[in-house]
Write a protein that binds this ligand. Structure first.
Ligand code: SAM
Ligand code: DTB
Ligand code: SF4
Length: 328
């Protein structure tokens, strides 16, 4: 099977609706064909600017308008961030993703500080990623020059369901930022969340939009909603592992080379459930006992899981290393 960007909604729907074991088998086969199975990328998140966000994303504990009890924190100092990045590296992470609760990046002193963070974390030898809201082409370029490896900007859901979740910025704006990241030569990380009351069609719709971008995102995070008290989605029921597996497997089949990240929601998943997700083609996780603001399994629990399942952490900059080998 070749890498395709001309998927139709219906083709993806047919894959998504296959009997679950059939779907898993096909996804596992595609995974074996395109990737080193048994290898899982370990990323660590750090919220460098927390809470107080102007936006109304219905899932988000960091939106100022919801009363979630979260303590807001202004942009961290570069040195504090470096300490955390070094700890992440020592624990075995190869990618370090810095999150800021901003609607968009602004051209101010905070941005200068972010550029400094990117430069310094890059020197440690970690793949540096940021997730800070909308970016202009010029800002993306500056981040690239500072050494940014990847930028995370999620579509979150399908275009149709989007307006039930966020009203303060458009789907179009999200796609525009993703285009700016791509144009600057930064690796694109974009995915979404399931468990926000969306239909199967909305889940398929989001995959369709990602799979028909001119180039597939290099990584697609699949988050299970972490229903946080105080947010409009606080009463949402936790998604089942079978919904996660269906989503992950479909993403794996239609975007064979993409890193598929089993993201938020792992804390409630027993190892047996996570194993099904790896079997279905997930090959990346967020490790460390905190995501941005909510808890996550500890490094030691994850390493115990890796040992049990025979998984090993993926080295940093693998794609570049492979490309260098091929061209030399
Ligand atoms: N402010 C930036 C933005 O919105 O792009 C960056 C940070 S934002 C928290 C990054 C992503 O985290 C969101 O797009 C969403 O997909 C995910 N996320 C946030 N809260 C979540 C939750 N409660 N459960 C699952 N995923 C969540
Ligand atoms: C992504 O898709 N999931 C991560 C990362 N990208 C930035 C964030 C999950 C956040 C979960 C809620 C929290 O901890 O605040
Ligand atoms: Fe703000 Fe990002 Fe949370 Fe939306 S997801 S409220 S933009 S921090």
């Amino acid at each position: 099977m070749s890498i395709r960007n001309n998927w139709t909604f219906q083709e993806i729907q047919e894959i998504y609706n296959k009997p679950l074991l059939e779907l898993m088998y096909e996804a596992a086969s595609v995974h074996r064909q395109y990737n080193q199975t048994g290898e899982v990328q370990v990323c660590t998140l750090l919220s460098v600017k927390t809470g107080g966000c102007t936006e109304d994303c219905a899932y988000c504990p960091q939106a100022a308008r919801y009363n979630t009890g979260l303590k807001a924190h202004k942009l961290m100092d570069v040195n504090e961030v470096l300490t955390k990045a070094n700890e992440a590296k020592e624990s075995g992470s190869t990618r370090f993703c810095m999150g800021a609760a901003w609607r968009e990046v602004r051209d101010n002193r905070d941005f200068d500080r972010v550029l400094e963070m990117v430069k310094e974390v890059n020197k440690i030898g970690l793949e540096v990623c940021c997730t800070m809201g909308m970016l202009t082409e010029d800002q993306a370029q500056k981040l690239k020059e500072a050494g940014l490896y990847a930028y995370n900007h999620n579509l979150d859901t399908s275009e149709e369901h989007y307006e039930k979740i966020i009203t303060t910025r458009t789907y179009e704006e999200r796609l525009h930022t993703i285009g700016n990241v791509r144009a600057a030569g930064i690796s694109v990380c974009s995915g979404g969340i399931i468990g926000m009351g969306e239909t199967d069609e909305a889940r398929i719709g989001m995959i369709y939009t990602l799979a028909t971008l001119p180039e597939h995102p290099e990584s697609v995070p699949v988050n299970a909603l972490v229903a946080v008290e105080g947010t409009p989605l606080e009463d949402m029921k936790r998604v089942s592992v079978f919904e996660m597996v269906r989503m992950i497997a479909t993403v794996r089949i239609v975007m064979p080379k993409t890193m598929v990240r089993l993201s938020a929601g792992r804390l409630d998943m027993p190892v047996a459930e996570q194993a099904l997700c790896f079997m279905a083609g997930a090959n990346s996780i967020f490790a460390g006992d905190k995501l941005l603001t909510t808890p996550n399994p500890s490094f030691s629990d994850d390493m115990a899981m890796f040992n049990l399942l025979g998984l090993k952490p993926r080295e940093a900059f693998k794609k570049e290393a492979i490309e260098k080998l091929v061209t030399s």
